[in-house]
Design a protein around this ligand. Structure first.
Ligand code: PMP
Ligand code: GLN
Length: 385
């Protein structure tokens, strides 16, 4: 292939291949146990697979309606009402997306103009900043302390000015495993009340919350909900990250603008999977039992580490656990994560990649959405370090 000659002015000059790809490749090359990227290493419910197959056999193989299958939007509206007492009109206020990633990208693209500021709480999942920047927006960071990962709401209040278009929150939080409490959400509601700021609430781990704690969805708080895109992921909830399907819910006026972007971005989303999800979601046990399912895995992982030299605070939600290695090594987290992958055959994600200026807090992130056998092997390795 002849090379492209004119100079390229990248719209995302700082973006590199994501850490998930880099570490994933390293894990593969060195035959390491992979607790890095967040995905389950077990199969989804066979009944869900059967439902997709049934939808295909039944001929649902052409384009789905642009905002998503009506039956699926209806069960989602019902689920949100049951869990959070919030009313969303399935016709106007819920859209099915290509994972939460596309929901977040389309919401940002629909509203952020060049020069607009978007507040991002760091450490943050990696898809927010490029989506802001490619639209000419400016990410403004509020960094959490690695001591407790509590949001300093006064710092967030100070970050707001007349250019602030949006705030993005994520609860349960990737990578810290921290959750926002009712008090946090009320504080945020009070801060945003007299502004026209739009909120994105990334709630992809909504059904993975431990120790009897509650997931405080933004949809529970009337004034937050009135300005918010609540984003969710079936990939996370039903162990099918590869299907890339999710949804977002927002008041009609916001969703109307969202759909203008959505219809020219993807138009519509995988049709047979939507039929399957609509039927599968009817049984609420399919998502209400997830907390217990993942808490067992978290506990197995942490019980296995009681005698290790790592320090940790149990994750409150998500399927990630941070381990503090400051007692063990002075190496940077990136160097240690690579060394553990190559020498000890165990891959994790260095926390610094999620922080402002790659601040290194000597923390590694491990995904415990794995079989018991994998978790036992992983703890055996960690105990030797
Ligand atoms: N937000 C967070 C916090 C995540 O961890 C992920 C990872 N999957 C996503 C969004 C993206 O979700 P999806 O795979 O449904 O696009
Ligand atoms: N959400 C997953 C994680 O944090 C990764 C998804 C991706 O690779 N982009 O590990």
């Amino acid at each position: 292939m002849k090379s492209y000659k004119p100079p390229i002015q990248s719209k995302l000059p700082h973006v590199k291949t994501t850490i998930f790809t880099t570490v994933g490749r390293l894990a593969l090359a060195h035959n390491a146990l992979n607790l890095s990227q967040g995905f389950p290493n077990f199969d989804p419910d066979p009944n869900l697979l059967k439902l997709v197959s049934k939808a295909m056999q039944n001929g649902h193989n052409q384009y789905a309606p642009m905002p998503g299958l009506p039956q699926l939007r209806e069960v989602i509206a019902h689920k949100i009402k049951n869990l959070h007492q919030a009313e969303y009109d399935p016709e106007e206020e819920i859209t099915i997306t290509v994972g939460a990633t596309q929901a977040i990208f389309s919401a940002i693209t629909a509203f952020v103009r060049p020069g607009d500021e978007v507040i991002v709480i760091k450490p943050a999942y990696d898809c927010y900043e490029p989506a802001i920047e490619v639209n000419g927006g400016i990410p403004v960071f509020v960094q959490l302390s690695s001591m407790d990962f509590k949001v300093d709401w006064e710092a967030l209040r100070r970050a707001i000015n007349t250019k602030t278009k949006m705030v993005i929150i994520n609860t349960p939080h990737n990578p810290s495993g921290h959750i926002l409490t009712k008090t946090d959400m009320l504080k945020l509601q009070e801060i945003l009340r007299d502004t026209s700021i739009i909120l994105i609430s990334d709630e992809v781990y909504e059904h993975i919350v431990f120790d009897g704690k509650a997931h405080e969805s933004a949809s529970r708080f009337e004034d937050l909900a009135s300005r918010c895109f609540v984003c969710a992921s079936f990939g996370k909830t039903f162990h099918v990250t590869g299907w890339k399907m999710g949804y977002c819910a927002a008041p009609a006026a916001l969703m109307h603008e969202f759909r203008k972007t959505h219809q020219f971005n993807v138009f519509s989303v995988d049709h047979p999977v939507q039929w399957a999800m609509a039927e599968y979601l009817e049984n609420e046990a399919h998502y209400m039992e997830l907390n217990t399912f993942y808490q067992k895995k978290r506990d197995l992982f942490l019980d296995g580490l009681q005698k290790s030299r790592f320090k940790f605070t149990p994750s409150e939600g998500t399927y990630f656990q941070l381990l503090d290695y400051s007692n063990i090594s002075d190496e940077s987290d990136v160097v240690l994560a690579k060394r553990l992958t190559i020498e000890n055959k165990l891959a994790s994600i260095p926390m610094s990649v999620f922080n402002v200026d790659q601040r290194d807090d000597k923390l590694l992130r491990f995904c415990f959405a794995k079989t018991e056998d994998t978790l036992e092997k992983a703890t055996a390795i960690l105990n030797t370090i």
